[in-house]
Design a protein around this ligand. Sequence first.
Ligand code: URA
Length: 229
Amino acid sequence: MRLDFYLSHVTDLARKASKIAASKGRVTVNGEIIKKANYTVQETDVICLDDERLAWPSEGYYLLHKPAGYVCATEDAEHPIVVDLLPSHLGQSLKVVGRLDKDTTGLLLLTTDGQWLHRITSPKKACSKRYQMTLVDSIDDAALEQLEKGVLLNGESQLTLPAVAERISDKEIYLTIQEGKYHQVKRMLAAVGNKVVTLHRDQIGDLVLDSALAPGEFRALTEDEVGYF
Ligand code: URA
């Protein structure tokens, strides 16, 4: 794999900072200073940053700014799939952590680590997810209160768990939920007689979507961020 890509996966450096670190002579491969970001490294190489030996990546943890139009599936005959946004050697082994609808944008996590995925998606862990949305109709305080207390989704027999609903403007709110039922947010808004126009996830637990990432861009999570879950 390319040196800058490798560095961005095993250190806190983003891709651009990795290129700069190499160009400044901070990186050695098998004892030789390598300044070219496109130099190919492999698992058997001894790779050091500032004289400190780096490990070969084991599990992968990535944060993607999902653009609209991509589906969270491993295959789809009609639509592009989110793993196509990552380099192919990564994409094949990655699993999506909690799906977003095709038209939903924002924070999407991908990993090779099944236990970590489970810690985020298991209903027992009640991991919070924050969504920002625009609505067809204005929403009143009574509807926000109802969303917070719990609503009965079409086809379900139990109320949704307590949520946090915050108004941004007449037709725009944040909703933080602990569950991840199929089309949950859209169904919750339908339950209070409204309709979601745009939906964007900007936070999962303590992890906030990186504002430096444009739609379609991704980066590896830092060790600290992996440790949030
Ligand atoms: N709820 C929805 O309705 N859609 C999503 O994509 C995510 C949560």
